[in-house]
Design a binder for this molecule. Structure first.
Ligand code: AVI
Length: 354
């Protein structure tokens, strides 16, 4: 965790910057939002067979900028579908959950979609918004915007990985909380790791707390593969930017033109898998690691999984975490789901999609 130096910041009127303390590494470091450094991950992942790197490393400043562009692409329906649901159901959600005082958002990024929810929840209560993100730049931008547009909302921002951020927030009295995990970020975890992660969030939940999770649904292969391999090549740039990052941070000599972005939907797994493929046989030097890595022509680095879910798969992963789907909302095209989760031990109500 490299956040400790990030906190010397004057506090604006209603905004606090929350300092995370150290927490232990999650059990599955590589596939959760764990704390393995880029150098350690590259040494291990590029020496493995098949080669792999965790998708969290895609998000340096340039990667985060490219991801914002992906969200606006015609092929990447996820963001629009989720925003459509939020526009339709935020008022309903806010009236279903009168007890909620704090919205915590995991991986808030630009927080554009979240504003829809914030507006609905702030209309009938005094609200605190606690965004958690590893990108200080993204947080500063969104906090500045929200301070202007919603001066009535108290903001507690944490530059941190999810669990450190929650642990730091837990030290304060938040009142009943709704934890937002939007954008189908759950899809970037293997299914067992997704259940483990939800279970760890569940441990922080008291009676009355809820979680709202955006989850992309299984669908036609062509729609999925196009969403991750767009015509303008933005997703290709996003994936290959990982090599540029390694060149910069680990003094490596990847020639980006000698690699290609590849995508394959594995229907049995229900995952869109992204790869960086070597176009030729070549050797790359990583001077900061004192390491040489050889590639055969056509050899791939597995750089991301984007899992898609059926309703049954959602219920299963959620159930294994000690939670249940209290309400499920879909977009009009039934491509994407927003799932309101409650502790399984609390009495149930309808689970019918709306
Ligand atoms: C952040 N995450 C949910 C995106 C996804 O859909 O898996 C990342 C992404 N990768 C390529 N396009 C978008």
């Amino acid at each position: 965790m490299q956040v400790s130096a990030e906190w010397a910041k004057p506090l604006p009127r209603l905004t606090r910057w929350i300092e995370p303390g150290p927490v232990g590494d999650p059990p599955d470091k590589q596939r959760t939002y764990g704390q393995e450094s880029l150098g350690a991950a590259v040494r291990r992942g590029l020496s493995a067979s098949p080669k792999e790197l965790a998708s969290k490393f895609l998000y340096d400043v340039e990667g985060s900028r490219l991801f914002e562009q992906i969200c606006d692409l015609p092929e990447y329906y996820l963001t629009r579908a989720e925003a459509e649901i939020l526009e339709r159901v935020s008022v309903d959600l806010s009236s279903r959950l009168p007890q909620i005082r704090t919205l915590i958002e995991l991986g808030s990024g630009s927080a554009t979609k979240t504003e829809i929810l914030l507006r609905a929840f702030a209309a009938n209560r005094s609200l605190r918004y606690a965004p958690i993100d590893v990108s200080r730049a993204a947080l500063e931008d969104s906090v500045a915007r929200l301070e202007k547009q919603h001066p009535e909302i108290e903001i507690w921002a944490a530059v941190a990985e999810y669990e450190n951020g929650i642990a730091a927030l837990e030290a304060h009295d938040l009142g009943a909380k709704l934890v937002l995990w939007l954008g189908s970020s759950i899809g970037n975890l293997h299914r067992p790791a997704a259940a483990d992660f939800l279970a760890r969030i569940r441990e922080t939940m008291s009676a009355g707390d809820r979680m709202l999770v955006g989850i992309d649904l299984r669908k036609d292969r062509n729609v999925l593969e196009r969403a991750y391999d767009d015509r303008q090549g933005i997703t290709a740039k996003f994936n290959l930017n990982l090599l540029t990052r390694i060149n910069r941070e680990l003094d490596a000599d990847f020639n980006i033109g000698r690699f290609a972005h590849r995508v394959h939907y594995d229907d049995a797994l229900g995952s869109v898998q992204s790869f960086i493929e070597s176009r030729v046989a070549q050797t790359v030097h990583l001077r900061a690691l004192d390491l040489e890595i050889s590639f055969e022509s056509g050899e791939r680095i597995h750089s991301e999984d984007s899992y898609k879910y059926s309703f049954e798969e959602i219920d299963e992963v959620v159930g294994r975490a000690g939670l249940r789907v209290e309400h499920r909302y879909l977009d009009s095209g039934e491509r994407f789901s927003l799932n309101l989760l409650a502790p399984a031990s609390e009495p149930s109500s309808s689970q019918v999609p709306v």
